[in-house]
Design a protein around this ligand. Structure first.
Ligand code: FAD
Ligand code: N01
Length: 535
């Protein structure tokens, strides 16, 4: 029998204290629920607590990469740069936790290892590293889509004599790279942001590139007070335009409903020049078919390759840095000095596309029999995305079925919010929702508000459980695949497809198109929770 001090009866357990967990707690408090957030980290912030590598910033403009649910919050907070630093975003999240008085219901430094549904009581039990057995009606997995670090299992990894780091688990005290020879493995967004700063400090940097990445300039800059005032004068309008745009931001620079295939060379160059000069992810909105038609996409690819050649002095390095893949098929990177860094005498690029890193020995990575001697290795190797954090928890639903088994061939959800057989368990920005294809704060708010409304509706109706039917879930998964099949997202080995983690099933996990998705979620509710069983 567990002693009383180690038992806790709650309405809702929320796993994770990033944007999603904190906003869910706030909504639960508004509903008068007894809710508790459990977070592995020693502080709140999620992504912005863990990813403290040099250069870490958002790539959605700060004024939009922020919570929109509270008018006073968005008016009082002052972002200082177009793209906020990790430190500034973390300070913002801490401010949110203070402002909405959330700390009392957050348990830090505690990992949830298991949760199990008891069909006789309709309650979940939650097992966590603090030894407290929590029992609750609802579990909300706010565990993050990019929170489970992926450190490749390269032979000999642990034999390395120097220091190793993963960008997503960066030491809080920072890392001094002065006089060090550093290997960076990976060339995704984290690498693109960190390599220029590491190279400016270290004696030498060797970058190991398996797939060249596409990057557009950030053109980061301080925010002008007048521009901020203009947005704040119509913040509601900005938020609305963001919600109405397919990736939930940049409504002021919407996608042009024009095909790249109808534009001649001069028009293409002018349009891409204009987007390049502004910088940022809206480059891909220059034409409506850039992610739908390979020939349209090739026009953007050709343009960026030209830009890479202009920035990188050595033609061989420029060629190596020039991808031959579809632009945007993997998440587009946003660059501040990335390409120019390869002009530094202390930076070398090693192509490991056909000849992979064989192993890591005491002195450093070994490729094709050559040992690259380094003092430090930075794994900028990304995450077991979207399902990784959930897979690390033993989740047991009806009939003792585990989520790991149910998802063994790829994630199955209804609306990315719930899973058949797992009543009252919700996922925030789960697979099958727009999630990582959007400004995630907008997606998080939409999910949290949907979940809060679903819980309130249960209570108002004197009901106990909500879960999707198998039929609704199967139909939804089919729909998500169908939508994705109309895009170019299948054309590369991205983490959207789980392709970065050996053995992970290859299934395109997010759903393109935020406004359409949001409309479906609203309609499901209007149809009295169509596709769900409520008891
Ligand atoms: P997270 O912030 O990942 O929080 C999840 C939390 O759950 C973590 O703190 C984790 O420790 C905790 N957790 C997980 N499992 C357990 C467990 N078993 N027990 C206890 N705690 C657990 N998105 C954008 O839209 N725009 C951007 O510009 C952008 N920039 C990014 C930059 C980086 C470097 C990264 C890695 C991601 C970026 N993202 C961006 C995506 C980002 O993850 C989301 O925007 C958002 O911060 C996710 O919030 P969240 O609360 O859903 O998850
Ligand atoms: O991770 P990634 P990330 N040997 O998976 C390589 C968000 N984010 O942390 O492409 C050699 O993109 C791998 O190679 P390949 C954003 O959503 C945003 O950079 O698989 N290389 C790839 O180059 C982003 O998409 C920002 O062939 C290996 C790299 O490691 C997501 O988080 C900043 C390897 C991993 O790239 C993840 O980004 C940071 C191996 N064994 C993150 N294994 C912003 O700018 C992996 N790689 C806002």
């Amino acid at each position: 029998m567990t002693p009383a001090a180690l038992r806790r009866e709650l309405d809702m357990v929320i796993v994770g204290a990033g944007f999603a967990g904190l906003y869910m707690l706030h909504k639960a408090n508004e509903l008068g629920l007894r809710a508790e957030v459990i977070e592995r980290g020693d502080g709140v912030g999620g992504t912005w607590y863990w990813n403290r590598y040099p250069g870490a910033r958002c790539d959605v403009p700060s004024m939009e990469y922020s919570l929109g649910f509270d008018h006073r919050l968005e008016q009082e907070w002052e972002w200082t740069e177009k793209y906020a630093t990790q430190a500034e975003i973390l300070a913002y999240i801490e401010h949110v936790a203070d402002r909405f008085d959330l700390h009392a219901d957050i348990t830090l430094s505690t990992t949830v290892s298991a949760t199990r549904f008891d069909e006789s009581t309709n309650r979940w039990s939650v097992t966590a590293s603090d030894g407290v057995e929590r029992s609750c009606r609802f579990v909300v997995m706010a565990t993050g889509c990019l929170s489970a670090a992926n450190v490749p299992d390269i032979e000999g990894r642990d034999a390395f004599a120097g220091r190793t780091f993963h960008t997503g688990r960066w030491p809080h005290e920072g890392v001094d790279f002065a006089d060090r020879r550093v290997a960076v493995i990976g060339t995704g967004s984290s690498a693109v942001q960190s390599i220029p700063l590491i190279a400016a400090e270290a004696e030498h940097v060797t970058v190991f590139q398996r797939t060249a990445t596409w990057a557009v300039p950030a053109h980061n800059e301080p925010l002008e007070p007048a521009a901020v005032a203009e947005i704040k004068a119509d913040y509601a309008g900005w938020r609305r335009r963001a919600r109405d745009s397919s990736s939930a931001f940049g409504g002021h620079q919407p996608r042009r409903d024009v095909s790249a295939l109808d534009a001649d060379e001069a028009e293409l160059a002018a349009q891409y020049d204009e987007r390049w000069a502004v910088g940022g992810l809206s480059f891909l909105r220059a034409y409506e078919d850039l992610l739908l038609d390979e020939r349209a996409n090739a026009t953007a690819a050709e343009y960026i390759r030209r830009k890479i050649a202009e920035q990188v002095d050595d033609p061989e390095t420029a060629a190596l840095l020039s991808p031959d893949t579809i632009v945007g098929c993997k998440r587009l990177c946003v660059d501040t000095g990335y390409y120019a860094t390869y002009n530094r005498p202390n930076v070398r690029l090693i192509d490991v596309s056909s000849d992979p890193i064989d192993r890591i020995d005491e002195a450093g990575p070994v490729v094709g029999g050559v040992v690259y001697e380094v003092d430090d290795i930075v794994f900028a190797t990304g995450f077991d995305a979207m399902t990784g954090a959930l897979d690390r928890i033993a989740i047991e639903g009806r009939g003792g079925r585990t989520l790991r088994d149910v998802w063994s061939a790829g994630p199955l959800t209804y609306l990315g919010l719930q899973i058949a057989g797992f009543p009252n368990l919700f996922t925030v920005t789960g697979p099958g929702s727009p999630s990582v294809l959007t400004n995630m704060i907008v997606s998080i708010e939409q999910h949290v508000e949907w979940i809060a409304a679903a819980v309130a509706a249960l209570d108002d109706g004197g009901l106990h459980t909500i879960e999707p039917t198998d039929e609704a879930q199967t139909e939804w998964v089919g729909y998500v695949n169908e939508v994705a099949n109309h895009t170019l997202f299948h054309g590369c080995s991205s983490w959207y497809l789980g392709a970065n983690v050996p053995g992970k099933p290859r299934v395109f996990m997010p759903l393109p198109g935020f406004p359409e998705y949001r409309a479906v979620c609203d309609q499901v509710v209007a149809d009295n929770y169509r596709g769900f069983v409520r008891t």
